[in-house]
Design a protein around this ligand. Structure first.
Ligand code: NDP
Length: 286
């Protein structure tokens, strides 16, 4: 029998989702574990097709993983396979982060929280008026979390009326916040009393020249302009808004902050956001 000491148990978190060519979140998390001295922690990226989600979650339980991130297509399908949801995840109907608590798996949604944390670096959302472009998963997470943070009013601007109206109904009936829909046709003119404009569509993903249909003359210098797109982070909307003198927030801030929140949920330790942002910029070659 060997006299060598038992290896330390490894604490494992995983990301289940679509095939990814490398995973920026894994890169960030591994750096942040090392910076926090959490040498036994590992973050794995696991490609799980939709048909295998149930078995994968049983595996996660059986192997005692500390938690998980879910990406598309699992954010909604995972819900019935979990033991409970946070109030925000329940309202959004989507989970991107799971924590194991004893033998229970609890679902949370950190996307909207990550956005609001990033926003707080320039402005307190309480009492402010927002325009959210888009009504998909990111828009839903952001709008619900803004509502829970005391936003005064949220206008949803979306191409598909049905999807847009579903989000407005959720905000009005469940989050109890003033909200209405504008169907997106042509260039959208940002109202003069709007405090923050958010692009929560996928326009700009992988294309720095892609144009979000917004009237440039309505980008007043008092406006904060935020984009969820993080690759590339300097989207055309962000560049145009900067030229007009607006304060801007790129999608990297949201991604880093949702990771900081997930890190704390799993480990109980505050992550170093600067280490995470640097890791992300290195990964994305920025
Ligand atoms: P969804 O597919 O759920 O929603 C996409 C939204 O974009 C819909 O509202 C869709 O409108 C709109 N849209 C797409 N193309 C156009 C177009 N040409 N003109 C007008 N509207 C358009 O995606 P998600 O909400 O999940 O993700 C959106 C983006 O957010 C992704 O690029 C993702 O990478 C990013 N994201 C960033 C995060 C971060 O941390 N920075 C976190 C999560 C997501 P319609 O309903 O009419 O189809």
């Amino acid at each position: 029998m060997s006299n060598s000491p038992q290896p330390a148990l490894q604490e494992i978190v995983c990301c289940m989702g679509q095939p990814v060519a490398g995973n920026p979140t894994q890169f960030m998390m591994e750096r942040a574990f090392a910076a926090a001295g959490l040498d036994d922690w590992r973050y794995l990226t696991l490609e799980v097709p939709a048909t295998n989600l149930t078995n994968a979650i049983l595996g996660l339980r059986a192997m005692g993983f500390c938690g998980a991130n879910f990406t598309i297509p699992h954010k909604v399908a995972a819900i019935p396979l979990l033991d409970g949801l946070s109030p925000a995840a329940e309202l959004m109907g989507a989970v991107n982060c799971v924590k194991r608590d004893g033998d229970k798996l609890l679902g949370e949604n950190t996307d909207g929280k990550g956005f609001v944390e990033s926003l707080r670096t320039v402005l307190d959302p309480a009492g402010k008026k927002f325009v959210v472009l888009g009504a998909g998963g990111a828009a839903r997470a952001i709008a619900v979390e803004l509502g829970l943070s005391g936003a005064a009013d949220i206008t949803i601007v979306n191409r598909s009326e049905t999807r847009g109206q579903e989000l407005v109904t959720l905000l009005t009936d469940r989050v109890k916040i003033s909200s209405h829909l504008v169907q997106w046709k042509g260039d959208y003119e940002v109202p003069a009393d709007c405090d923050v404009l958010i692009n929560a569509t996928s326009i700009g993903l992988g294309d720095a020249q892609a144009r979000v249909a917004v009237d440039g003359n309505s980008l007043r210098k008092e406006l904060v302009v935020a984009d969820v797109i993080f690759n590339p982070p300097r989207t055309r909307l962000i560049r145009d808004a900067e030229q007009r003198g607006c304060r801007t927030l790129d999608g990297l801030g949201m991604l880093v902050n949702q990771a900081v929140i997930g890190f704390k949920i799993w480990t109980g330790v505050d992550a170093d956001a600067n280490v995470m942002r640097e890791a992300l910029e290195e990964f994305l070659n920025i």
